[in-house]
Each structure stands twice: as C-alpha cells, then as structure tokens.
Design a protein around this ligand. Structure first.
Ligand code: IMP
Ligand code: MG
Length: 193
C-alpha cells in the first residue's frame, strides 16, 4: 500500500498509478489563493461563482480560506457531443440564483484545459455587467488551450495528463479522493463498471 494514500482509501488503490498532488499540497495552495483573494477583494463583497460538479471541493475549501465576507453561487453546464464541444457549444442546465450586475465576481473553476467552457460562461456572465469578473482555477493545462482566457488566480499548472480526485472525475467516479492522481491504464479499458 502506498503510505501517502492512507489506509482509508484502500478501495481505490488498485486504480491509481501515481499521486500527482497530495492533500497537503492542495490544501496549502488553496489557502494561499484564499489569502490572496481576501486581500484583493477587501470591502468589495465578492461573489464566488462555481461550475458544478468538479468545483465542489475546491470552492468549499477556498471559501473557507477566504477571511472576508463572501457569497457563493453555482452554475451547471452539460456538454454536447465532442464535436459540439469543440465548437465551444455549452448548454447551461443551472443558472445563478443571484443577480451579478454591479457585483465583483470571482469565477471559480476546477480545471481549464481547452478553455472553451470557460470562454462561453465568461461571455454569458459578462453580458450581465458585473463590476469585475476574474477567474480563479485550481488546475491549468496550458498545452491544451484552444481559446485564450484570462486567468487571474491559478493553483497549479499541470502537464497534459488525465487526472482524478479532489472533485475531478472519470465517469463520475473518484471525485471523492482527497488527493489528485492518475488512473492506471486498465481503468480506461473497462466498458462498464
Ligand atoms: P474545457 O476547458 O472546456 O476543455 O473543460 C475543462 C473541463 O474538462 C474541466 O472543468 C473538467 O470537468 C474536464 N477535465 C479536463 N481535464 C480533466 C482531467 O484531467 N480530469 C478530469 N476532468 C478533466
Ligand atoms: Mg468543470
């Protein structure tokens, strides 16, 4: 057993080939981002906007690392086919409950790779005329970028490798891993399980 994983996660041990970021590394960086946002948005009454579901742990930890008053709201999107996705088409399946006109918005993402989803959502939010709109992403895969998106706060730059954990899934599984790791190749060969 890999001691870094802890004994509680033995059910996942067969599936993970490598830990990319430990729980401690993630928490330390999230705390730094929280401090930075707290300083930058002092007396600005910011609102964190997250996209479900991948962002759930990041936004929970980030918001608790923020030491000024902050609101949290969510959107959810559903991707179309890969072809539609490549064109930047995204379907909004849940909108914000809060009007953001005139507000200081921090758009919180788990991962930016092509930037297509983020680009679409930023354009959608910009139309509502927030006072400011900045992006905070925990993970960034620059190599895959298809459209230029402005990122103000960034947790980690990662190589182009598929990762799971801390909210990121493979077929809806592994989100609950408290660390980020890579899956063994045989997992991708399974049809259904
Ligand atoms: P894009 O920037 O529009 O390509 O979309 C990025 C989204 O793809 C992220 O929010 C994740 O949901 C998903 N994604 C990208 N890379 C990974 C990965 O390595 N593991 C799991 N999900 C990923
Ligand atoms: Mg996402």
């Amino acid at each position: 057993m890999n001691p870094k994983m802890g004994s509680d996660y033995h059910l996942f041990l067969d599936d993970i080939s490598e830990i990319i970021l430990t729980t401690e590394q993630i928490q330390a960086r999230v705390n730094e981002l929280g401090e930075q946002i707290s300083r930058d948005y002092y007396q600005k009454d910011p609102i964190l906007v997250g996209v479900l579901k991948g962002v759930m742990f990041f936004i929970a930890d980030l918001s608790r690392a923020i030491t000024i008053p902050v609101e949290v709201d969510f959107m959810a999107v559903s991707s179309y086919s890969q072809e539609a996705r490549d064109k930047g088409l995204v379907r909004l399946v849940k909108d914000l409950e809060t009007p953001i006109t005139g507000r200081h918005v921090v758009f919180v993402e788990d991962m930016v790779d092509t930037g297509l989803t983020l680009n679409y959502l930023l354009r959608t939010l910009q139309m509502r005329q927030p006072a400011t709109l900045n992006v905070c992403t925990l993970f960034n895969k620059q190599k895959l970028r298809l459209v230029d998106v402005p990122i103000k706060y960034k947790g980690f730059d990662l190589p182009d490798r598929f990762i799971v954990g801390y909210g990121l899934d493979y077929r809806e599984r592994y989100r609950n891993l408290p660390f980020v790791g890579m899956l063994k190749p045989h997992i991708f060969q399974k049809k259904n399980s």
